[in-house]
Design a protein around this ligand. Structure first.
Ligand code: GLU
Length: 469
């Protein structure tokens, strides 16, 4: 048997991290077993589905690197097929037209409530022999009335439902459009899916779907219902807990591998290992090891993983992702050093790419202003003299390299009988506008002589014009 899994999002919003984790689990399962992973867009809810959401799904999947082998399949392209199956189910006696009006259904439910019964469709149209013309009819699936249906679930174990608890669900609306439980079954059957991995909010749909699979004489896939993700307060993870959309993590400076690593560990573990390369995930992941209980999202841990991946990835890889962040800024990358060299200086020192981009802007444009506190402490009349001294020294330096730059800072501090910091920190503020930078000597080498001297001159002028009266 070739393993075939799928991710079947409804395009009604962003790609949520919960959806991304389900996609990752399905993807890993297929990859682990040398199978296929399929993307299916469940867009039959025309009112809520948007093209922007479809694109957000593609963008998120592609950013995460969750490649699919087949698809994307769109349910709206398969409406004829669903109609065909509805007709087949009616024909074979497993579905029927229901003519009940809204009013009569409401009345029925009210009576049931009054009798302390669970409100459900009582099957009153089940036995009608002839089709009634001129009345809008829905089509209902004839659910077995007796016995049980057991969902064999790789995470939850066996979950058994009484058929008597499941009423005859609508599989086609009066306008002929199919409903979710029908389209999912037809697609999972036609696409020959062997494993259905999805959120556990769908667990209650599974017995109904299994009954439809059986009516269609189809194999029933093996289910895995993944527990939901909670926010730190124990509520279901939602916007009020912060970012929930995958692309927001990109925007906030996370690397995709950090998010993948974080998501794979959310509800799954392999000993006490925390860091997993993709290959290791594929090797060690098993859907049967996913926890039954919901897990909580912990942003600090994600940040820790992100820092790890920024530190340990190849600078080239970081450049590939940093470029997008630099492009969000009003700078010209041609105006400064190669981004690769900047990354090499910065990658040990930041937790996110947003931080790396912000701390690297000075390489591409002169500081427009100085941070107030930094300037007050470091751009003083006393430091203007040291800056002027350094200006002469650096202009005369035969070789613009880290080591001689370092030596000049050191000899300036010795000659002027001040600590190194008294010389270095004003230069740092002059160059970056802040007190944050990689080691100053290497920073200046990368920045280049001309820009360094320009920044120091600008700072000396600034001190002169801001001198207290
Ligand atoms: N389209 C459904 C959703 O986004 C998923 C259906 C399924 O996985 O069976 O919740």
């Amino acid at each position: 048997m070739t393993v075939r899994t799928r991710f079947a999002p409804s395009p009604t919003g962003h790609l949520h991290v919960g959806g991304a984790r389900t996609a990752l689990f399905s993807w890993l399962y297929a990859r682990k077993h040398g199978g296929q992973f399929i993307l299916r867009i469940e867009d039959t809810d025309l009112e809520r589905s948007t093209e922007a959401s479809v694109n957000a799904i593609f963008e998120g999947m592609s950013w995460l690197g969750l490649t699919y082998d087949e698809g994307p399949f769109y349910q709206t392209h398969r409406l004829t097929r669903y109609k065909e199956i509805v007709a087949q189910l009616i024909e074979q006696g497993d579905a029927y037209h229901c003519y009940c009006s809204k009013e009569s259904l409401n009345e029925m439910r009210e009576k049931q409530r009054a009798n302390k019964e669970k409100p459900r469709y009582d099957g009153r149209c089940r036995h009608l022999k002839d089709q009634q013309e001129g009345i809008d009819a829905v089509v209902r699936f004839k659910n077995p009335t007796e016995g049980v249906v057991t969902v064999k679930d790789n995470i939850k174990g066996e979950v058994t439902f009484q058929n008597a608890e499941l009423d005859d669900l609508i599989i086609a609306r009066s306008d002929g459009s199919p409903t979710y439980n029908l389209t999912v079954v037809v697609d999972d059957m036609d696409m020959e899916l062997t494993h259905v991995i999805r959120g556990d909010d769908h667990l209650n749909n599974s017995p109904r779907q299994i009954n439809i699979f059986k009516a269609l004489n189809s194999d029933v896939p093996i289910f895995s219902h993944v527990p939901m993700i909670l926010g730190a307060d124990g509520g279901r993870l939602s916007k009020r807990h912060g970012a929930v959309s995958v692309m927001t993590y990109r925007d906030e400076g996370y690397l995709p591998e950090a998010l993948l690593n974080y998501l794979v560990r959310l509800g799954w573990s392999h000993g006490d290992q925390e860091i997993f390369s993709l290959d290791e995930m594929i090797e060690f992941f098993d859907i049967t090891d996913v926890n039954k209980a919901a897990s909580s999202f912990n942003t600090d841990k994600l940040l820790w993983l992100n820092q790890h991946y920024i530190k340990t990835s190849s600078p080239e890889h970081i450049v590939d992702h940093l470029i997008w962040h630099m492009e969000q800024q009003d700078i010209d990358l041609a105006e400064g050093p190669a981004l690769l060299d900047v990354v090499k200086l910065q990658q040990e020192r930041v937790k996110t790419l947003v931080e790396m981009a912000a701390n690297s802007l000075f390489f591409y444009r002169a500081a427009k202003s100085y941070e107030k506190k930094a300037a007050k402490k470091n751009l003083t009349t006393q430091s203007a003299e040291l800056l002027a001294d350094m200006l002469l020294r650096l202009s005369a330096l035969p070789e613009w390299k880290t080591a001689p730059i370092h030596d000049e800072i050191e000899s300036c501090s010795v000659d002027n009988e001040v600590g190194m910091g008294k010389v270095a920190q004003p230069i740092r503020v002059a160059v970056t506008g802040t007190t944050i930078s990689p080691p100053l000597d290497a920073t200046l080498e990368l920045l280049g002589r001309e820009r360094t001297l320009g920044a120091i001159t600008q700072a000396i002028d600034w001190i002169a014009s801001n001198e207290p009266e």
